[in-house]
Ligand binder design. Structure first.
Ligand code: ADP
Length: 435
């Protein structure tokens, strides 16, 4: 029976029933049994066959159903014997091919998912997905680092202050403050559906970083041209002023009664000194334009911060943070921190009495904060624009240079006012991985 095709089994069963019925009829005729007895015997025989035979005939269909169940449950390893004859063999072959096709599709779907997950993990754009109840479904590591939380599914967009952007498109950069960084962000919204339910994808990009490269190019060429021209004029101004001052000094020595020669010497010395200052100022911009690529090394962050704070002799800067080893260009990171500490000390010299530098590892980043209780940053969008300064002798280059250094290390820098009390917080975030 096992070797027969399905069609042969059915034919055989029908033939057996017909033969049995015929035998019974012959039995009635030959043995003279009563009709009712004969009917009862035939019915009993048919009942036995109906009970037993389908199971045997349909055995291949049972295993077929179990393989289909396994496919439905995602198990593509089961196969049917496809060497049977007839329709059962054909069915088994089709089911095996179906299972194989699904196995291949599932494999490529998994690979695509893994690639997508890797991309989401590596990309430095903050990506959030919310469901139709404005609850978080997914956030990549950049989003978690920005929001500064251990984001789990179910967090509400409102608690992240992102709910407005789920319903409205915004074209201009918006100013947002997150624990992992503040500044101007470009917010992109893309609605989509999962299993018929509306979802929304939010992508946040640091506007400064996005616009930075283009703007930087423009500033760098401007600084190069200006620097060259100004230096060409300053060098002779300074040397002529020095020569004339020396000549005036000699003249005064030979004829002490000469009126006005003291003023002349002082004036010429002032010109030489101002030319010198302007020269250094221009050199600072030139250094910014030529800032070399970072040469990262392992650095003990505490040691570096101790060095920076000890260099600041005008004010005692407090420090607090764990022992962390980072991978960064020591000279550049030191320069960035010197600028931030200098600004904080400048700010408290007028009004204020505390400057602190704190650092901590937060997920994949290290965050260094320089906090002061001075008057706080001026209300301006130009803090990071070259030449912007509110100080009489300022260059307006420190913040920009520090941000450039942060960005070249794959990080960011913001300067915001303190929430608890007047003052400023300069927040330098650097990715631990790239450090
Ligand atoms: P500079 O110090 O030469 O002015 P920066 O680029 O370092 O140049 O700073 C630009 C401006 O940002 C400063 O002139 C000041 O107005 C503001 N600023 C920077 N840091 C602070 C701070 N900690 N508190 C208040 N204002 C600050």
């Amino acid at each position: 029976m096992r070797r027969l095709s399905l069609e042969a089994r059915i034919a055989l069963a029908l033939f057996a029933m017909a033969a049995l019925t015929l035998l019974m009829a012959l039995g009635v005729a030959a043995l003279g049994l009563s009709v009712w007895l004969t009917v009862a015997l035939v019915a009993a025989a048919i009942a036995v066959m109906v009970w037993k035979i389908p199971g045997r005939i349909l055995a291949p269909l049972v295993s077929l159903a179990s393989v289909l169940d396994a496919v439905r449950a995602g198990d593509f390893s089961q196969r049917l014997r496809a060497d049977r004859k007839g329709i059962a063999g054909e069915l088994a072959g089709s089911v095996n091919r179906l299972s194989e096709t699904w196995r291949q599709r599932e494999g490529s779907r998994r690979e695509t998912d893994a690639l997508l997950a890797k991309l989401l993990h590596e990309i430095d754009l903050a990506i959030f997905t919310f469901d139709d109840q404005a609850r978080l479904v997914l956030a990549n590591p950049a989003a978690c680092a920005l929001v500064g939380l251990r984001l789990g599914p179910g967090v509400e967009a409102r608690s992240l202050e992102l709910h407005d952007y789920l319903v409205h498109d915004v074209t201009d950069p918006v100013h947002l403050v997150f624990p992992g960084g503040a500044g101007r962000f470009l917010v992109r919204r893309r609605p989509f559906r999962i299993e018929g339910r509306a979802h929304c994808l939010l992508v946040l990009t640091h506007a400064e970083a996005a616009l930075g490269a283009e703007r930087r190019e423009a500033w760098q060429s401007l600084v190069r041209v200006l620097g060259h021209e100004i230096n060409n004029s300053l060098t002779p101004i300074k040397s002529i002023a020095q020569t004339l001052a020396a000549a005036a000094g000699e003249q005064r020595a030979s004829s002490p009664c000469m009126h006005g020669s003291v003023e002349l010497t002082e004036g010429l010395n002032l010109i030489a000194a101002r030319a010198d200052t302007l020269g250094r100022f221009v050199a600072g911009y030139a250094a910014l334009a030529r800032l070399p690529q970072p040469q990262p090394r392992r650095i003990d962050l505490r040691e570096l911060i101790e060095r920076v704070t000890e260099m600041e002799t005008r004010f005692r800067v407090r420090r607090s943070g764990p022992d962390i080893t980072v991978q960064a260009d020591p000279d550049q990171l030191e320069q960035a921190l010197i600028n931030l500490v200098k600004n904080a000390v400048d700010a408290v010299l007028d009004c204020g009495d505390a400057v602190e530098i704190r650092w901590r590892a937060q997920g994949a980043t290290v965050e260094i904060e320089v906090i002061d209780n001075g008057p706080g940053p001026p209300d301006s969008d130009n803090l990071f624009v070259p030449f912007f300064t509110t100080k009489p002798g300022g260059s307006g280059i420190g913040l920009l240079l520090s941000r450039r250094i942060a960005e070249m290390h794959g990080g960011h820098l913001t300067l915001v006012e303190r929430k608890d009390t007047p003052g400023a917080v300069a927040r330098l975030g650097l990715p631990l991985g790239k450090l």
